[in-house]
Design a protein around this ligand. Structure first.
Ligand SMILES: [Zn+2]
Length: 419
């Protein structure tokens, strides 16, 4: 017998908040005000109404460039942020004073959930500027009352000096920058000189191998923090010490998981694309925004006792999928293969090209390995495992650990040269 599976639903308060967002947008000349007027949307009184609201997307935000999505008068906007796409126009997001404050409140809650207090010294390495990263980590630290150390990225020498002299207790970084620092601290034998106890790492999909390496070399607990520029920035969700997925703040956001192909909501526990609705955002409210991040709602209550709902760790992006010889692949599968081979690091790069003469795709993998293993044999082992798992035979080059770039931003791992 068919049994209805549970799906995350809006509660009454959230429905009223969405209704208020729609009514306010309809009264503006903003991009979404026009979209909803044309679609005949007048408000939201129940879950069914909500599910009739069209999805919003990054393409909309590009179409509305520069400030078409602004939903308040100019005098209420106190700041903008921007996310640069790899293609096309950037996206500009305007914030009111309340938006900026709400974001800091959410971020401070993330730190608190990770057990960070006002006695901590928070070493912030993500970049400052148009990007939402650095300033988000900073505002959250100040809201918490902790000491923010606004390093920004780069200059490893200075990072380590400040980390030692100021006795930083928390490191905030992307996973690849945290890896670079961990490698550097290991190389210099500095583990005893640093006081780090926790790492707050911007959530992208990163391998268990990398996690383990950073955890061990720095001797710290790791927390994934989730967020995206379109929806405030980082700080909308974080792990708790029980480490079973990330709690997110449902007094600010409603999250649904959809099948990325059909757009249908999937039951709690099933994997799909994260779609976010802002409930109280003023400057640029977004309803049903498709993030392209893949994850799932974790059903049931967390053992930590917090009642905030949970998302699983981000498991890649729906647009990260690539095709070689007609086989669909995700970077997570590549990582899975590499993690099976002795001495291979978590870093890799894939180049895909088309061999016109033979009329076939060529997949080139560059992987890193430790000096103690034979590079040629390692390359052969990777090729063989790849062939057996994915039915694709890549050309594999093995280089020493540290050769591939460690970036302060999300690392681009797949470069497609086919056009
Ligand atoms: Zn928890």
């Amino acid at each position: 017998m068919y049994k209805e599976r549970l799906k995350m639903k809006l509660n009454e308060k959230q429905i009223a908040q969405v209704d208020a967002q729609i009514k306010r947008l309809l009264n503006t000349d903003s991009y979404y005000g026009r979209v909803y007027r044309e679609a005949g949307i007048t408000g939201c009184t129940c879950q069914e109404d909500f599910e009739k609201i069209p999805f919003s997307s990054k393409d909309d935000l590009r179409n509305a460039y520069p400030l078409g999505i602004q939903a308040v008068p100019d005098e209420e906007v106190v700041r903008i942020h921007s996310s640069s796409g790899t293609t096309g126009k950037p996206v500009i997001i305007p914030y009111t004073a309340k938006d900026v404050d709400d974001w800091a409140i959410m971020f401070a809650r993330c730190y608190e959930t990770a057990g960070i207090t006002n006695k901590d010294r928070i070493h912030i390495t993500p970049g400052y500027g148009l990007w939402t990263a650095g300033i988000g980590f900073q505002a959250g630290a100040e809201k918490l009352g902790a000491m923010a150390i606004p390093m920004g990225p780069g200059n490893t020498e200075k990072q380590l000096q400040m980390m030692v002299d100021l006795k930083s207790t928390v490191i905030c970084a992307t996973s690849s920058y945290a890896l670079l620092l961990a490698e550097e601290i290991d190389k210099r034998g500095m583990k005893d000189q640093i006081c780090l106890t926790k790492g707050v790492i911007g959530s992208e999909r990163w391998s268990e191998k990398k996690r383990e390496y950073i955890r061990e070399k720095l001797g710290i607990e790791l927390y994934d923090i989730y967020g995206l520029t379109e929806i405030y920035g980082p700080g909308i969700g974080v792990n708790c010490p029980d480490q079973e997925g990330m709690h997110y703040w449902d007094d600010y956001l409603y999250i649904e998981i959809i099948d990325p192909v059909t757009g249908e909501q999937v039951p709690d526990g099933e994997k799909g694309e994260i779609v976010i609705t802002t409930l109280v955002k003023e400057g640029a409210p977004l309803l049903r925004f498709r993030t392209h991040d893949l994850s799932r709602i974790i059903p049931g209550e967390c053992t930590c006792g917090r009642s905030y709902p949970r998302l699983d760790i981000i498991d890649g992006r729906s647009d990260d999928m690539f095709k070689v010889h007609g086989v669909n692949m995700f970077p997570s599968q590549v990582e899975e293969v590499l993690s099976q081979i002795d001495g291979v690091s978590s870093e890799y790069q894939i180049n895909i090209a088309h061999d016109d003469e033979k009329n076939r795709d060529v997949m080139l993998i560059t992987a890193e390995a430790e000096g103690r293993v034979n590079f040629e044999a390692t390359a052969k082992a990777i090729t063989a495992l790849f062939k057996s798992r994915m039915s694709v035979t890549p050309k594999v080059t093995v280089v020493p650990v540290g050769t591939l770039p460690r970036s302060e931003k999300k690392t681009k791992r797949v470069i497609d040269h086919r056009d």
